[in-house]
Design a protein around this ligand. Structure first.
Ligand SMILES: [Zn+2]
Length: 308
């Protein structure tokens, strides 16, 4: 068989294939147009009955569309200022008794997860420690704990030193203190994990560390109630702020924060049940029992698995 012949057969085949495709499409078009006509006729014959219903439906749809376009909350406008750590104090704004805060999209504020000083009342100094201290060296990267907007960057010689306050879409605010350098400025919008500053030893500080606070409308929440620093995750996807826990005073430190003792692991790429079991000193069968899954279940990245 020579080349010309092969090409000839191929060419003929191609032409045939093309023509049959065109015929098929033409038939499809015709049937679609027949169908459309039938559909139009059907609609036309019903239109007088359905007119009012249609108008109502369109209005309802338009209203819903308008609602969807409205911003979900005024989180970045109400009490938005660049002077005070607590922007809500004295504003007269009502603080909800209970508020669910989505904390599923988070990042650890620095690479170290070692807590060198806890949240709570410090008898020795007679004052509240409204956050926790994380071990850090001068110049370590400090990252945004959640998506949000920088509210202020400031210097306080007797307190926070150089510090950043961020407000988040989940309604929370985070404070990062004793920094050596800012990498952001007020009104910058950053994503969880974006570098916002370098840690340091400025202000009232006896050694390099990162002071980290989590607040809801001014109320300082123990960061360890939200974050499980040891396991570099959050305890649950949703943290429920409960004003009653803070009833005695604005700065009251809850002695126990309704910790159920449950521990969760956020599944990462490359995780397997046996790997997670090893990491938490448990067994695959225990993991399966806790989560109501089988050994062969697919575990999805980003999901949370209860490990204790
Ligand atoms: Zn501190």
């Amino acid at each position: 068989m020579n080349f010309k012949n092969v090409f000839g057969y191929f060419g003929l085949g191609l032409a045939f294939a093309l023509s049959s495709t065109v015929t098929a499409s033409a038939q499809n078009l015709q049937s679609v147009s027949n169908y459309s006509q039938a559909h139009e006729d059907l609609l036309a014959s019903q239109s007088h009955i359905l007119d009012q219903i249609k108008v109502d439906e369109v209005q309802e749809f338009a209203t819903k569309l308008y609602e969807d376009l409205e911003p979900e909350s005024d989180v970045f406008s109400i009490c938005w200022e660049s002077e005070h750590v607590d922007a809500y104090a004295g504003s007269g704004i009502a603080i909800p008794d209970k508020q669910d805060i989505d904390v599923s999209d988070y990042c650890m504020p620095c690479s170290s997860n070692v807590i060198t000083s806890n949240y709570g009342y410090r008898r020795r100094f007679g004052r509240m420690h409204k956050g926790i201290d994380l071990r850090a060296q001068v110049g370590d990267t400090v990252r945004a704990a959640f998506d949000g907007k920088i509210r202020l960057t400031k210097y306080e010689r007797r307190g926070y030193g150089y510090y950043v306050v961020m407000r988040h879409e989940n309604g929370m605010e985070t404070v990062y203190g004793h920094l050596s350098r800012f990498l952001v400025k007020p009104n910058d919008y950053v994503k969880a994990g974006d570098p916002i500053a370098l840690s340091g030893n400025t202000g009232r500080s006896t050694g390099p560390h990162l002071h980290f606070e989590t607040r809801f409308m001014g109320y300082a929440i123990n960061p360890t109630a939200i974050f499980d620093f040891k396991n570099r995750t959050t305890h649950t996807d949703v943290y429920t702020f409960n004003k009653n826990t803070y009833k005695r005073s604005r700065n009251y430190a809850p002695s126990s924060y309704a910790s159920s003792g449950k521990v969760y692991h956020k599944i990462r790429r490359g995780d397997s049940l046996s790997k997670i079991a090893r990491r938490y000193g448990t067994t695959v069968s225990k993991l399966c029992a806790l989560n109501g899954i089988s050994r062969n279940s697919t575990i999805r990245e980003g999901r949370k698995l209860r490990v204790r």
